[in-house]
Design a protein around this ligand. Structure first.
Ligand code: MOS
Length: 782
């Protein structure tokens, strides 16, 4: 009888049987998958507590001004109402103090506005009160009855109107924001081959499937537990502790499962407000945001207007690149860093990257999946296509000609870089050779068919992280770190790394993450989780195995007695003498004879120099770390690269664009799990299709409030919008990022996709669309 196997099984099963293949890299399914699909995985809003009350927030309906009165005394008498908090009576938080916050590791509050501390309104949708009641319905009903009187002022709500008043920020996250300002013009004026165009991108919202929610429980007057939908339990604990005036170790944040974040799940004000409400009510309180609140209270990607100029010599070598971004902000330092990739890609003697940021009375911009590179690669990679067309050069050839193997700003060699392979393999897999230079050459029935491509890139950092591993007397292992799985596969790949390092099956490993009381780890952001926690996980497991081996070789009853560590191998939960596997000893027997119930080990990953995020304190000191963790990181630049190829079909009568297939080739270092990695890239590409064709948040021009408030009017791709996506990994380990060799993978998949689609539309139709999203009406405006 023929057995039909998934293709990966056909290849891998023989390898697994002959033990050639290790656990790492295997495309195993998520170990938490069954929990999730059977509803057993508990998300933040599901941590119901005895005697728990429910909260519903009230949001500002003006863009700027002051709250002059609230009828809270009357509403207090509504059925079920326990308390109403507002600026009048709210717990006094520690005021903003950037230096003190940075020192406490609490720099990244979502917005620089400790909530309910005064009556000032800065943007529509700002939280101005919170009703706590016995039931959710009672809280909502009372909240709707709360009458707020404002002294309204005229807000700055329209981006384009405010642009002339915008300012030039000096810094972006510790780096100079304005690079070579004003230097490109002189060179551009001497060149005959050049282009300059303006590209624009709209405001976008993250919209993870799981809306934000917090359950706050005061264990005592000074001890707080938060069940919070967050990308970083440690981050949330640190920031909440800072503003509430508690010790960091007295705030415990728990988030075992998180249903997507994409940058929106840092610490936002609702988390602080619900903690304040629980204190006021003297009871645990739950606050679950509605989908509408996710448009105003948990960040978004700001719109950008980007002007890109490129100039080359007559042979097509770039002489100069200029990338200017106009964007906006409200009260934070963050702004959309769309120029980032223009400091990393291509060899050009001069690049000028600058920003202007307007201040708006609009809800707060923040990090959103591939912050900077998502809108930035749309502009730069569209411009590269336009320049290639100007030069009558194939767009892939043009990029190859201008490839750089080193960071063009710092001059450091990339730690591991295979972008040329991405172009070559991508072009082959996609069938790029059949593309014609001139547009409008391919048809399929009434559809115009076009091919487009773009470069993908995202930094590959590594932050500090600690991981502890414990073995019990039965030979089961528990891996512990305060990391997070936001749907990426953290649980699964950690188990794979540990299984390999310990020589046991994946199902002997229990992974505990999502709890700030565990050894510290960075937030799941900046595509850094795998690179940060796996070196520590590997080292902790190696340390534990060494301890077991040391016990065995000192034990007269062990067949390993008197051997040296170098002579010992390990597999299947036992250690053995290399070359004579009959001389072996199981981990369990070693523990039993040593009369140990538990053995544990802990290790810490050191941060790569220059990486933005570090954990404030490490449970185990780096000195315990074995030397495998190299620290030769100062001389390399860490970046991931890729190439995106797409085919589009355009209906000229209706202006509709269909993405028909995508090939995404990624150079992200070693692949820890072929299946979860592939899902990450597919997810990124779909994010890119959404950004290219449909996603946009529209704001009312009078008050600056979002009018696209639900998933019915904020459009995201559905299955029919998503074509077959061919993902290929170069898979070469990065020898410098860590002994594991894996860089981050969460964000690069989206980069380049918007440009590849717009470039394909040009190839299909001869129309160059430079304003996202490419909705049908834009097609007729050109
Ligand atoms: Mo990502 S935008 O760093 O969560």
């Amino acid at each position: 009888m023929a057995v039909i196997m998934e293709p990966w099984r056909q290849i891998l099963l023989p390898l697994i049987k002959t033990k050639i293949m290790s656990e790492t890299g295997k495309p195993i399914s998520r170990i938490d998958g069954r929990m999730k699909v059977s509803g057993k995985a508990t998300y933040s809003a599901e941590f119901n507590q005895p005697n728990m009350a429910y909260a519903f927030p009230v949001r500002a309906t003006i863009s700027k001004g002051k709250v002059t009165s609230i009828n809270d005394a009357i509403i207090q008498k509504e059925p079920g109402v326990i308390t109403i908090i507002s600026h009048k009576n709210a717990f006094r938080l520690k005021p903003l103090d950037m230096q003190a916050q940075a020192k406490a590791g609490a720099a990244f509050l979502g917005e620089n506005l400790p909530p309910l501390q005064d009556n000032v309104v800065h943007y529509p949708g700002q939280f101005i009160a919170l009703v706590v009641a016995e039931t959710y319905e009672q809280a909502r009903e009372a909240a709707y009855k709360l009458k707020i009187v404002y002294a309204e002022e005229k807000g700055a709500v329209d981006f384009k109107t405010e642009l002339p008043k915008s300012k030039k920020p000096k810094m972006f996250m510790g780096e100079e924001a304005q690079v070579n300002e004003g230097k490109a013009a002189a060179i551009l004026s001497t060149l005959s081959k050049k282009i300059e165009h303006t590209y624009s991108t709209p405001a976008e919202h993250h919209h993870p499937m799981e809306p934000h929610a917090t359950v706050a429980v005061w264990e005592s007057a000074q001890k707080l537990t938060l069940y919070d939908a967050t990308q970083g339990v440690g981050l949330t604990a640190t920031i909440a502790a800072y503003f509430l005036g508690l010790k960091t170790e007295d705030v415990r944040v728990i988030a075992p499962y998180v249903g997507g974040g994409f940058g929106s799940k840092g610490l936002w004000l609702h988390t602080l407000i619900v903690a304040m409400a629980a204190k006021a009510a003297g009871r645990p309180v739950k606050l679950a945001l509605t989908r509408q609140m996710m448009q105003t209270n948990v960040g978004h990607r700001a719109a950008t207007i980007q002007r890109v100029a490129l100039g080359t010599d007559t042979a097509g070598k770039l002489s100069v690149m200029r990338h200017h971004t106009d964007t906006y902000n409200n009260l934070t330092q963050f702004f959309e860093p769309s120029g980032k990739q223009s400091l990393v890609l291509y060899k050009a003697p001069l690049r000028e990257v600058t920003y202007n940021v307007a201040m708006l009375n609009r809800s707060t911009p923040t990090f959103m999946r591939a912050p900077g590179e998502t809108p930035g690669t749309f502009a730069l990679e569209s411009a590269m296509d336009e320049m290639a067309y100007e030069l009558k050069m194939d767009p892939v050839e043009f990029r190859i000609k201008n490839h750089t193997a080193e960071d063009p700003m710092k001059g450091h060699e990339f730690s591991s870089e295979h972008l040329l392979d991405c172009y070559r393999i991508g072009a082959e897999r996609f069938g790029w050779a059949s593309r014609s230079m001139e547009p409008r050459q391919k048809r399929n029935g009434k559809y115009l068919v076009g091919y487009g491509m773009a470069t993908a890139t995202y930094p590959g950092g590594r932050s500090a992280a600690s991981v502890k591993v414990v073995m019990n007397a039965k030979g089961d292992f528990t891996l512990m770190t305060a990391s997070i799985d936001i749907g990426t596969g953290t649980y699964t790949v950690l188990a794979q790394t540990a299984a390999d390092a310990l020589g046991v099956a994946v199902d002997r490993i229990d992974v505990k993450i999502g709890d700030s009381s565990l050894p510290p780890a960075p937030l799941a952001g900046g595509s850094q989780t795998t690179a940060s926690i796996h070196p520590a996980a590997l080292d902790a497991c190696v340390l534990l195995r060494k301890e077991l081996t040391t016990l065995a070789i000192a034990d007269p009853d062990s067949k390993l007695k008197g051997k040296t560590l170098e002579e010992i191998g390990y597999a299947n939960g036992s250690v053995f003498v290399k070359g004579d596997e009959s001389k072996s000893d199981t981990y369990v027997a070693i523990m039993r004879r040593a009369k140990r119930n538990e053995i544990e080990a802990c290790a810490t990953t050191l941060p790569v120099s220059g990486a933005g995020m570090t954990v404030p304190s490490a449970l185990c000191t780096p000195s315990q770390t074995p030397p495998e963790q190299n620290s030769d990181t100062k001389q390399y630049a860490f970046h991931s690269f890729g190439a995106q190829f797409v085919e589009v079909w355009v209906d000229e009568d209706f202006g509709t664009i269909r993405v028909k297939r995508v090939t995404s080739v990624q150079d992200v270092g070693r692949i820890m799990n072929e299946k979860t990695a592939r899902s990450q890239i597919i997810g990124g590409v779909i994010f890119g299709i959404g950004a290219a064709l449909m996603e946009a948040t529209d704001y009312d021009k009078r008050w600056g409030n979002p009018v696209t408030r639900t998933l019915a009017d904020y459009h995201v791709p559905v299955h029919l919008d998503v074509p077959p996506i061919d993902v290929h990994f170069i898979g070469k380990p990065d020898p410098h990022i860590s002994p594991i060799g894996a860089r981050g993978i969460g964000e690069i998949g989206i980069t380049g996709v918007c440009a590849a689609i717009a470039n394909a539309v040009f190839n299909a139709t001869g129309k160059r669309l430079r304003d996202l999203p490419l909705t049908p009406e834009k097609f007729f405006e050109v």
